[in-house]
Design a binder for this molecule. Structure first.
Ligand code: NAP
Length: 331
């Protein structure tokens, strides 16, 4: 038996004991080393993101292969898990739009995930990480892969002004990616702690609201990257883009929530708006960037918690200044 955190149903998350899974054909068994708690886990708990009952949550995780099943992968290797398993045959997959797959099976949502001591996982979606990597860092490959997709859509260029809204893990990674592109980067987030973290990880400027932003960039940004997942910041994003500018929305609002957008303004200023969903073909890039330190993830670890502390950490709002709580089952 093993300890696992199961979403029994919306609003009912429990630490329970369940059998250690057996890898099916094509799967490996992973001893989970680290799993990040994401905003989406809280959305799933609150019923703001579609969920499946009685599944173990946890979609940002990495660990050690302890049973390679029939796959031929090396037991003892450290891997990061791309949780999204596309079908490869639906209309969207055949067009290369795999993140829009009609039959995507997401580990940690549709099948048992990484908030557990062990996880059975499709070998084809596991990417090897170096043996000497800090085990906590493997948990950042998945959020980085999603952020990379958004930043690919936004296509930040050298010398451009890039505004990142929201100083959570997604926003703080977007800041680093924009800096790698050579952009001038401003982080807009309310807390002093996250502003300071943004500045120490690469942002040129950090502000708390629109008035402070306008004091620096009166005409707005070439690219606005919304990473807060809040109605007010989604609504303000196009207004904060300069005329002819671009917007990428990475943040997730609750299903059914609407925000006011002014089409006249978008049209007359020809604002391009993109919505970025998941991590199409970006997981291996993310793993490489975490492995070689191109993205500095160490400052994004706010605290390490045990499986038994995980229910509280998901059902409560994040602590003040917290970026990522990382679940370490061996704690
Ligand atoms: P997070 O930890 O909740 O970070 C969001 C941050 O936004 C908060 O830390 C908060 O920091 C800031 N914020 C909240 N209201 C704000 C406001 N009015 N103005 C400025 N900043 C504000 O979330 P995360 O894990 O980084 O994820 C960010 C969003 O991306 C979530 O909605 C998540 O569900 C979504 N997501 C999307 C994808 C995708 O594929 N598109 C993938 C993963 C995650 P302060 O307290 O400092 O303001």
């Amino acid at each position: 038996m093993m300890r696992a955190i199961q979403l029994v149903e919306t609003g009912n998350l429990q630490a329970i004991d369940i059998p250690v899974p057996k890898p099916a054909p094509g799967e490996i068994l992973i001893k989970v080393e680290a799993a990040g708690i994401c905003g989406t886990d809280r959305h799933l708990y609150h019923g703001e993101f579609p969920s499946v009952p009685e599944k173990v949550l946890g979609h940002e995780f990495s660990g050690i292969i302890v049973d390679s099943g029939d796959t031929g992968m090396a037991e003892g290797a450290r891997v990061t898990c791309d949780p999204n398993t596309w079908c490869g045959t639906c209309d969207q997959c055949l067009r290369g739009r795999v993140n829009l797959c009609s039959h995507n099976v997401a580990t940690g949502i549709h099948r048992d995930g990484g908030f557990a001591e062990y996880c059975a996982f499709p070998a084809s979606k596991a990417v090897e990480l170096p043996a000497d990597l800090d085990p906590l860092h493997g948990a950042f490959c998945e959020p980085l892969a999603c952020t990379l997709h958004g930043m690919d859509l936004g296509a930040a260029r050298a010398g451009e002004k890039v505004l990142v809204i929201g100083g959570g893990v997604i926003g703080l990674m977007a800041v680093q990616i924009a800096k790698l592109a050579g952009s001038d980067v401003m982080l807009m987030t309310r807390s002093a702690e996250k502003q300071a973290l943004g500045l120490s990880t690469g942002a040129d400027l950090a502000v708390g609201n629109e008035a402070e932003l306008r004091a620096h960039w009166p005409n707005g940004a070439d690219l606005v990257v919304e990473c807060a997942g809040v109605d007010a910041t989604v609504a303000m994003s196009p207004k904060l883009a300069r005329t002819g500018g671009r917007v990428v929305i990475l943040g997730v609002l609750p299903q059914g929530q609407q925000v006011p957008i002014e089409p006249f303004d978008l049209l007359f200023r020809e604002i391009q708006m993109h919505f970025s969903f998941l991590n199409p073909f970006t997981h291996a890039r993310a793993a490489q960037m975490v492995a070689d330190g191109t993205i500095n993830v160490a400052p994004l670890v706010s605290r390490v918690i045990s499986l038994d502390e995980t229910v509280d950490a998901i059902t409560q709002p994040p602590r003040k200044g917290e970026v990522r709580a990382i679940v370490v089952p061996s704690v």
